[in-house]
Design a protein around this ligand. Structure first.
Ligand code: ADP
Ligand code: GLC
Length: 468
């Protein structure tokens, strides 16, 4: 069975968040299953990976976007170094950029990506069994495959859409239809939602099946989905929740080259302490105090706006008996407020930016990982922290609900239900109580490290879905 994963991100080439981690791992694990040939197609980016690896041009052609003629090149990485065939679509001016997102003309960028992929497959007569589309950036592919005559060669190819984040739907004005490959006008409703072209809604309508990255998140979409609630209820017959795994080859504390002191579950307590001491020294924190960490985008869905108040309140309430470290960026107001506290409190350390190495060190060093998310379709941070023996303190929502069980019901993490400052600080106080009981803390470290988040099980679930 031949599967093409279509995505704007893929680790280690271009990563903004968890989408990259999933697309960089899932195909690799699917390829370990007999009879499966999973490949990845992504845009070409001006990133170190493309300059450090050899590529060959496997396709060179043109597409039309309105009256513009765009050159499309498809480049294949020569050695399958990532454990799957990697194809990068290059379109000068649109798909040759430094980063996946943040450009004014991204509607054109993503349309061209989708059209470029389908044009290449048709021109080269490549007919996969499944086109697996990730998020709204590839959400129009199921429509295009079935309803654009230009791609009739692909008609009947099965399409799966995975919703990693329903907060972003890619809505655009109907004037963008002029830049679509031609389609029968009476089918416009398959792309419409409330008077806009909505790629995510179209993916739900037109795919053979769609998935969310946890069961908990799927249930929540029926109630809260930025306007698409009734659509997901109507289409629930083809909806599946499949939890993400983690790439245990990349995220292995025993072999992770980004750590100062590697460890396994036998020597975790001592080695984590050494990692923590080193990190605390670098950031001017007292290593004797419990360390709470937050890593992530400063977005309201992550509850990042609550962090400044959490910092001062938890430090004040505990009389300075804890440390907090935050790694992230994304909102100037939050960044400035946190900078101010970084200056004010010796118990607080801040690193603004995106730093893969530092994130690994923090997962390995912290005692607790905070995730006050308002929305969390799956969440990978909690799983990475658990694998690195760090106790997750998470809001009870989406994928966090499915992966972190509270210690009071036999789990090895801490839950709170409301994303508010008092509730978070209350959960942190519970954590402090646990931290002071060495025996329990050590048990939690081991229990978390031994959780099984391997991709194998979920990779099998996707294959079963393709087969069905
Ligand atoms: P999302 O994709 O919504 O941001 P996930 O929990 O699925 O959330 O994945 C986030 C990924 O991005 C994890 O691999 C996490 O370690 C990483 N990450 C987030 N922010 C940073 C940062 N500032 N520096 C390094 N890694 C980060
Ligand atoms: C999205 C979600 C996150 C999920 C990731 C990978 O970015 O916000 O919760 O873990 O996709 O599926």
């Amino acid at each position: 069975m031949v599967i093409y994963h279509l995505s704007t991100e893929c680790y280690p080439i271009a990563k903004v968040g968890g989408l990259a981690d999933v697309v960089g791992a899932l195909p690799k694990y699917q390829n370990k299953i007999k009879g499966i040939d999973a490949k990845v197609v992504m845009p070409w980016y001006n990133k170190p990976f493309v300059h450090e690896h050899e590529f060959e041009v496997v396709f060179d052609g043109f597409i039309h976007q309105g009256s513009n003629m765009l050159q499309v090149q498809v480049m294949k990485e020569k050695t399958n170094v990532l454990g799957f065939e990697l194809y990068m679509v290059r379109i000068p001016g649109l798909l040759d950029r430094d980063n996946p997102y943040g450009y004014q003309d991204e509607s054109f960028q993503f349309l061209a990506f989708q059209q470029g992929i389908l044009h290449w497959l048709c021109a080269m007569e490549l007919k996969p069994d499944v086109l697996h589309c990730h998020d709204y950036h590839t959400g129009l592919v199921p429509f295009m495959v079935e309803h654009c005559p230009e791609f009739s060669f692909l008609q009947g190819v099965k399409t799966i859409g995975t919703i990693h984040n329903g907060e972003y739907q890619g809505m655009m004005s109907w004037s963008m239809a002029n830049y679509m490959p031609s389609f029968d006008a009476y089918k416009w409703g398959l792309m419409d939602w409330n008077g806009f072209m909505n790629p995510l809604a179209s993916m739900i309508k037109c795919s053979d099946a769609f998935t969310t990255v946890s069961e908990g998140y799927l249930e929540e979409l029926f109630i809260s989905f930025r306007g698409l609630e009734s659509l997901v209820r109507q289409e629930f017959g083809k909806a599946y929740g499949i939890i993400n795994g983690i790439d245990a080859e990349v995220w292995n504390p025993e072999t992770d080259p980004m750590l100062d002191f590697n460890f396994n579950s036998k020597n975790a307590v001592a080695q984590k302490k050494k990692n923590k001491e080193k990190l605390c020294k670098e950031y001017g924190l007292n290593p004797k105090l419990p360390l709470f960490a937050f890593i992530g985008r400063f977005a309201t869905e992550k509850g990042a706006d609550l962090l400044p108040d959490v910092v001062w309140k938890s430090i004040k309430q505990s009389y300075g008996a804890l440390n907090i470290m935050i790694l992230g960026s994304g909102n100037t107001y939050i960044e400035n407020k946190l900078k101010e506290y970084d200056y004010t409190y010796t118990n607080f350390a801040l690193d603004l930016g995106y730093k893969e190495h530092l994130s690994h060190k923090i997962y390995a060093s912290a005692d607790f990982l905070l995730m006050p998310s308002r929305v969390e379709p799956c969440g990978l941070n909690q799983m990475y922290s658990m694998r690195y023996g760090t106790v997750p303190v998470v809001r009870y929502t989406g994928g966090l609900k499915d992966t972190v069980e509270d210690i009071s019901t036999g789990g090895a993490g801490l839950n709170f239900t409301y994303p508010g400052v008092d509730d978070i600080v209350h959960a942190m106080n519970r954590a402090l109580g646990i931290y002071n009981q060495k025996g329990i803390m050590e048990e939690l470290i081991h229990a978390n490290m031994n959780f099984d988040f391997a991709w194998e099980k979920s990779a099998e679930k996707y294959i079963a879905l393709y087969n069905s």
